[in-house]
Design a protein around this ligand. Structure first.
Ligand SMILES: Nc1ncnc2c1ncn2[C@@H]1O[C@H](COP(=O)(O)OP(=O)(O)OP(=O)(O)O)[C@@H](O)[C@H]1O
Ligand SMILES: [Mg+2]
Length: 369
């Protein structure tokens, strides 16, 4: 591969499958992903869904069972074509879940290592080390060894070491997992800044949907080795492609109404759906985010309201989780104020129709036109 050319650094993953053998299911199944240059793509999904495997295949650390990976339109991996470009020739920066630093080198020597390999001259090396150390807040540890700093500090050194060489494609596997909440927030902002400064393509693995929502320009949601949805964070949240995405994304679990059930909740939803241009027999379940439940008696008079009893009100700092009972079924609402609400009180709620998520019997989204 031509190095130094910065015109294009997109990644194409075409029908990639990975099976580790021994009768295990596919770790990654028939994955298609086009990642344009300078994108900040988050691979999001639960533990074991194939995120790290995908990242390792892009890096060339794991071979493919079938399919093809291209960088800048050039094939770097294809079983069928017998092509395999070695990891060190792919010009990528990697920070993994277990970010191994060299234990016998100081923080500064760790960061310098990649620059030396790339034959960057000494004054320039010092300048870059100073810059990334300051960016990542690790200046005071420059002369310490990895064993003499905390896990979170080690994680930042691993990031600094990678960023120092300004790779065109940056692969990050849960690089913030060891940081406390405050530091994670700072580092998130820092990563965003680094992304816009470097203009590199970022592929970031996380199982934390909030992290993905706040960082990504595009999110790829995976489950059981398969791509579930590819879209902008707001699309993933507002228009989940299926029930898995709807239930995985969101700080509070989405309420699901099974239309096959009996009861007050289903009866209300049936009446509600009769106001929408949909065929009710196609709808197997309905998702309502707690944030979308309008608990106040006023508002949206064109939609029927559902009667409920408040079971509990839980403060979350600024908002309240209101637990509702509808004929024995439990529902969550998130409310910005609880004026007039109290445990045991009867309320009614409704939902704006743009926040009603409909799913068919195969759990796929049904769009209301
Ligand atoms: N070297 C391996 N040999 C056999 N199976 C493996 C190997 N590495 C991963 N797997 C299996 O492949 C599947 C995907 O693993 P992967 O590490 O890609 O998941 P992940 O999405 O990164 O999960 P996590 O969030 O827990 O890191 C899992 O079922 C895992 O057990
Ligand atoms: Mg992983």
């Amino acid at each position: 591969m031509a190095s130094g050319a910065r015109e294009m650094s997109g990644v194409s993953i075409r029908s990639v499958t990975k099976n580790y053998g021994g009768g295990t299911p596919n770790a990654v199944a028939d994955l298609d992903l086009e990642i344009p240059e300078a994108e900040f793509l988050c691979l999001l999904g639960p533990s074991g869904c194939g995120k790290s495997t995908t990242l390792r295949m892009i890096a060339g650390l794991e071979n493919l069972s079938s399919g093809e990976i291209l960088i800048d339109g050039v094939t770097v991996d294809s079983v069928e074509k017998g092509i395999f470009v070695r990891p060190e020739d792919r010009n990528m920066g990697l920070v993994f879940q277990n970010y191994a630093l060299w234990p016998h080198m100081t923080v500064e020597q760790n960061i310098e290592f990649g620059l030396k390999i790339r034959k960057i001259p000494q004054p320039e090396r010092q300048r870059r080390i100073g810059e990334v150390a300051s960016t990542l807040g690790i200046e005071q540890y420059r002369r310490r060894y990895p064993s003499e700093i905390s896990g979170g500090q080690q994680q930042r050194v691993a990031l600094a070491r990678m960023i120092a060489v300004s790779p065109r494609i940056i692969l990050l596997d849960e690089p913030l997992s060891n940081l406390d909440a405050k530091l994670r927030l700072d580092m998130r902002a820092e990563l965003k800044r680094i992304h816009s400064e470097l203009g590199s393509t970022f592929i970031f693995v996380t199982h934390d949907q909030w992290e993905a929502m706040t960082l990504a320009t595009t999110i790829a949601v995976m489950n059981e080795g398969r791509l579930q949805q590819l879209g902008k964070p707001e699309d993933i949240y507002e228009r989940p492609a299926n029930r898995f995405v709807a239930e995985f994304v969101g700080t509070l679990p989405i309420n699901i109404i099974e239309m096959a059930d009996d009861g007050a909740l289903k009866a209300w939803m049936s009446a509600y759906l009769s106001h929408l241009p949909v065929n009710p027999s196609e709808i197997a379940s309905v998702g309502l985010r707690p944030q979308s439940l309008d608990l106040r008696p006023a508002g949206a008079a064109d939609t029927p309201r559902c009667a409920a009893t408040i079971l509990d009100i839980v403060p979350t700092g600024g908002n309240w989780i209101v637990e509702l009972d509808v004929g024995g079924e439990r529902l969550l609402a998130l409310s910005g104020d609880i004026d007039g609400l109290a445990t045991g009180r009867q309320v009614t709620f409704t939902v704006d129709r743009k926040h009603v998520h409909l799913f068919d019997s195969g759990s796929s989204r049904i769009n209301v036109v």
